[in-house]
Write a protein that binds this ligand. Structure first.
Ligand code: HEC
Length: 115
């Protein structure tokens, strides 16, 4: 074998180790959700303006970690309802939030509601 072949083999092996490492994928799958990374932006985009005082919301403010954490059970209950049902959120929408968005709220609760 000449030097170039050896170098090429070493490079491909290190490439595979760096990018296809199953341990790395597993670590990513177990990352805990946090309010700052996962929940806050969904709240801002889906529950505004009503629950976001900065946008003129007059309903219970959900722009803070403390308030969202305190009401997480009620929030999960209401976004899990069907449009038209009494208490359904986001109010006045004709469709539920997508299952993947609802799952983010549930996972955050399961993960222990980290800020
Ligand atoms: C169009 C305005 C509007 C939007 C958008 C909206 N809400 Fe509401 N929300 C209301 C109103 C009005 C009430 C009070 C009436 C009631 O309790 O059903 C309320 C009440 C609530 C309550 C009960 C609060 C309490 O006093 O215990 C929760 C929880 C809630 N909303 C969650 C959400 C979530 C989560 C979203 C976004 C996914 C959202 N809402 C989007 C208008 C809105």
């Amino acid at each position: 074998m000449n030097k170039f072949v050896i170098i090429a083999v070493l490079l491909s092996v290190s490439f595979i180790l760096v990018y296809c490492n199953p341990a790395k994928k597993a670590a990513k799958a177990t990352v805990k959700s946090t309010y700052a990374n996962d929940v806050s932006s969904l709240m801002m985009s889906n529950c505004s303006p009503c629950h976001i005082p900065a946008n003129g919301g007059k309903k219970k403010p959900y722009d803070s970690y403390t308030n969202v954490k305190a009401d997480i059970d009620e929030i999960i209950k209401r976004i899990g309802m069907n449009p038209g049902e009494k208490g359904f959120m986001p109010m006045r929408r004709t469709t539920r939030l997508s299952d993947s968005v609802i799952a983010v709220f549930k996972k955050w609760k399961e993960d222990g509601m980290v800020e």
